[in-house]
Design a protein around this ligand. Structure first.
Ligand SMILES: *Cc1c(COP(=O)(O)O)cnc(C)c1O
Length: 427
């Protein structure tokens, strides 16, 4: 007897807090019982009852090559044979660092971590240690992992200091984080005028992916770079999603803007737990042991994570033209979906950049968190469940990014559009 998802979730709830190890997996914002995954291959993911889905979540971004790529699995098996952790330096860590430093010029030195959260947390500590200042600026709707200083709810306007985004974060700490509207250089200018000599860092997702996909508007990131440079404030690009997502490199390579520090994660781990912080040598060398800013990790640079990451990056490097075909497929998917929605009188705003997209259920435009929040989340929930029924695995929240992998085909896109038609007929 195959247990149902209800059985599995009930069993999980008896021993795991909330039944899940990361909250969004519990489907709170779309309702229903979460589906348990069993295995995945290429563009397909299978649930514990054996049902197949075309996967547009891709583990929230890392699986750009598709699931269980044979070269990645082979590299992992080979590494595992030699031992899974040493707590001593390995040459694989240097190879990983070389691949990244050669590709993203602003990264002169790097430090591996086991998650994006750690990378962003370290970036903030390092910026504070380096500048001797305490305030940081982030942007409403940008997510940088769940470290205390970065889990701050949107403050309104430049004069409002942050309030904690969760119980357990002291107000005294939250008060050191200002949250400004995304795509609003004026608000940033005012904040820098007011708090300039206390500002350690500005951290930003150069393309936002955690309020749904929101693109930086013309001039926004350039202005950020200019203002932070003038003010001696460390500019941190959080490229945990965008790193190696659009081309072999960071989003910064495409726009020609160099931040002082860059956070990476997701894709560079090839599906294993990874993060990385890199940047200017002068700043990075303030980290212990050369410097006085402490950071560490028992499993940082773990040999399994390095082997999956190196294998993934090498494949991306050798197949760099696949980025274009992947982007083309995503374009077809989004354009045809838009027509289907319009045909059913449903207003949507589809934000897409290369292989990353969000269908917002509203007229749009969506250029910041306030606009994103105008979406019809009830309609999204019904759409999500309909698509799932028809074999399409989407993120269980309106405010997430969808992804295509190199393994997605034109046939996958056709099937997805068929599923979309069926879903809309029954909505
Ligand atoms: C996922 C994500 C993080 C956090 O990474 P974890 O590995 O989940 O800790 C940080 N920043 C951005 C932009 C992310 O999308």
């Amino acid at each position: 007897m195959t247990p149902t998802h209800e059985d599995l979730f009930a069993a999980a709830g008896l021993v795991i807090a909330g039944g899940v190890n990361s909250p969004v997996r519990a489907w709170k914002s779309v309702g229903g019982i979460p589906i348990f995954a069993s295995h995945a291959k290429g563009s397909r993911i299978y649930d514990s009852t054996g049902k197949e889905y075309i996967d547009y979540v891709l583990s929230w971004g890392p699986m750009i090559l598709g699931h269980a790529h044979p070269d990645v699995i082979a590299a992992l098996c080979q590494a595992a044979q030699k031992g899974t952790s040493f707590g001593a330096p390995t040459d694989a860590e240097t190879q990983m660092a070389q691949l990244i430093c050669e590709t993203i010029p602003s990264i002169q030195r790097i430090r591996m971590t086991s998650s994006g959260t750690e990378a962003a947390m370290t970036a903030v500590r390092l910026a504070r240690g380096y500048t001797g200042r305490n305030l940081i600026i982030k942007f409403d709707g940008c997510y940088h992992g769940h470290a205390d200083s970065l889990l701050i709810k949107a403050g309104s306007g430049v004069t409002t200091l942050g309030i904690p985004g969760s119980p357990g974060i002291p107000e005294e700490l939250a008060g050191l984080t200002l949250s400004l509207p995304y795509n609003d250089p004026g608000a940033l200018e005012k904040a820098i005028e007011r708090y300039g000599n206390q500002l350690a860092a500005v951290i930003v997702e150069p393309v936002a992916g955690n309020m749904g996909v929101v693109m930086p508007q013309e001039g926004f990131l350039k202005k950020l770079r200019e203002l932070t440079a003038e003010n001696g404030t460390v500019l941190i690009f959080d490229e945990v999603i965008t790193g190696f997502r659009f081309s072999f490199g960071g989003y910064q390579n495409l726009i020609g803007i160099e931040p002082d520090l860059t956070c990476l994660g997701k894709i560079i781990g090839g599906g294993l737990p990874v993060g990385a912080l890199g940047g200017k040598k002068e700043i990075m060398e303030r980290l212990a042991p050369t410097g006085d800013v402490y950071q560490a990790g028992t499993l940082s640079g773990n040999p399994l994570a390095m082997s999956a990451g190196i294998a993934t990056l090498n494949i991306l490097k050798s197949k760099a033209d696949s980025y274009q075909s992947q982007s083309h497929l995503a374009d077809v998917l989004c354009r045809e979906m838009k027509k289907l929605f319009s045909g059913h009188g449903i207003a949507t705003c589809i934000n897409r950049i290369f292989s990353m997209f969000t269908v917002f259920f509203q007229e749009g435009p969506v250029n910041d968190l306030n606009a994103a929040l105008k979406s019809d989340t009830g309609l999204y929930a019904r759409y999500f469940h309909g698509m799932l029924e028809n074999g399409i695995w989407l993120a269980p929240s309106q405010f997430e990014a969808g992804f295509l992998s190199f393994a997605h085909t034109a046939d996958d896109v056709d099937r997805t559009l068929d599923a979309c038609s069926k879903t809309l007929r029954d909505l």
